[in-house]
Each structure stands twice: as structure tokens, then as C-alpha cells.
Design a protein around this ligand. Structure first.
Ligand code: ZN
Length: 208
């Protein structure tokens, strides 16, 4: 932030009264420009035991595989955002059936909220945001061609649950080691990991 979003004057770093950290504060009108993490929302859509992934048509990580996900917009819920992003990237309107993961990435100021979802039918297709959209058997997930480490960890937790026959909500901090390639998951670890069992073993989701 260099210039004030309210008056256009120069902005400088200062600790506002009553706060404990530096903010970008307008030197003219005093407006405080808060910067907070962004929420990324997305789905792991399933059909007949297969998982829908898309190959990114846009940077960063163009050409690599990911779950459909993107930034939450103002005015929408995390589930609405996850469904919208899935529609934009796969052309399919999914039904969210439960949470999968909430993963924080503090060094880039993002939090991912990812949901398990059902594809109502085989009506997916490439979109302006996806070069290719296809269903993968869990054993065929393209681990070496995934877009982001957070996607790698979310898919790993998903597969672990499948293999164990138990569902969890997975929480944790995706921490970069500080060296090595940013897109290589081997340079990351998940800290403060929690796997919260979901008690809804095969039952229907109740909506109120
Ligand atoms: Zn100002």
C-alpha cells in the first residue's frame, strides 16, 4: 500500500493507538489500511468413487492439476464460494456434503476451506479457467503434477481417509521450510495438525 484508498495521499507504517503492530496509515486523513489473510474455498467433487480435478489454464501453476478452488468473494458463504468456484472451473454445479480441510498458509496470507462434494452427473467440461477437467481414481491422482503444496496435502488427507474408511475434518498449518522451490511439497510440512473425526458415518447430511 503506497497511497490512501480514501484520499490518495501517501501512506506510511505506524502502530495505531491501541494496537500491537504496524499498519499502513494515511499521513493525511488517518485511514488505516488493514491487511488480513484471504480465504480460498474449493471442493473435492466425487462421482462413483472417482475425484474430479482440473488442469489450470491460468497462472500461477498453469498446466498443473488442482482441486477446483479460488478466492472467497464478499457477500458469499464459504460453501457458496466453493460451489461457485467449482462451477467456474469445471462447468458443474456440485452438492457439498461435508468439510474436508481447513489449512492455513501464513507465509502467503491464505486460509483454505475445502469441502467434500458430490457431482450430480457427468456434466463437467473445460472452462476458461481449466484446460482439462477429468475424473481420477484415487490411485491415479497425478501427485507429480499438482499445482500447489496445499492441494497435495489436502489430497493426501482425503486418500488417507478413503483408505481408513473414516472421514475427518483436517486442520493444520502448511509451513514452508524457507528454502527450495515454492511449488515442491517436499519443502513443506503440516504443523499443528488436527484430524477431527466426523460422526456422520454414512448418514445423510441434515439441512436446517
Ligand atoms: Zn487518506
Amino acid at each position: 500500500v503506497n497511497f490512501c484508498s480514501q484520499c490518495g495521499a501517501a501512506v506510511g507504517l505506524a502502530i495505531p493507538e491501541g494496537e500491537d503492530r504496524e499498519r499502513h496509515v494515511c499521513r493525511t486523513c488517518g485511514f488505516i489500511h488493514y491487511e488480513n489473510p484471504k480465504t480460498v474455498v474449493g471442493c473435492l467433487p466425487e462421482l462413483d468413487g472417482k475425484l474430479l480435478l482440473c488442469r489450470r489454464a491460468i497462472e500461477p501453476a498453469i498446466g498443473r492439476w488442482t482441486v477446483p478452488a479460488g478466492y472467497l468473494e464478499l457477500g458469499e458463504s464459504v460453501i457458496q464460494g466453493a460451489v461457485r468456484e467449482t462451477l467456474e472451473e469445471t462447468g458443474s454445479r456440485v452438492d457439498v456434503v461435508g468439510p474436508l480441510a481447513m489449512l492455513d498458509i501464513p507465509h502467503i496470507g491464505q486460509t483454505y476451506a475445502l469441502f467434500r462434494a458430490q457431482l450430480p452427473q457427468r456434466d463437467f467440461a473445460p472452462t476458461p479457467e481449466s484446460l482439462e477437467v477429468r475424473l481420477f481414481e484415487p490411485a491415479q491422482i497425478p501427485w507429480e503434477e499438482l499445482a500447489f503444496p496445499v492441494v497435495h496435502f489436502a489430497l493426501r488427507f482425503y486418500v488417507e481417509d478413503l483408505e481408513a474408511g473414516r472421514e475427518h475434518l483436517h486442520l493444520g498449518i502448511v509451513r514452508w521450510s524457507g528454502t527450495g522451490r515454492r511449488y515442491d511439497p517436499s519443502n513443506y510440512r503440516v504443523e499443528e495438525r488436527l484430524a477431527v473425526p466426523l460422526g456422520n458415518a454414512g448418514g445423510a447430511v441434515e439441512a436446517f
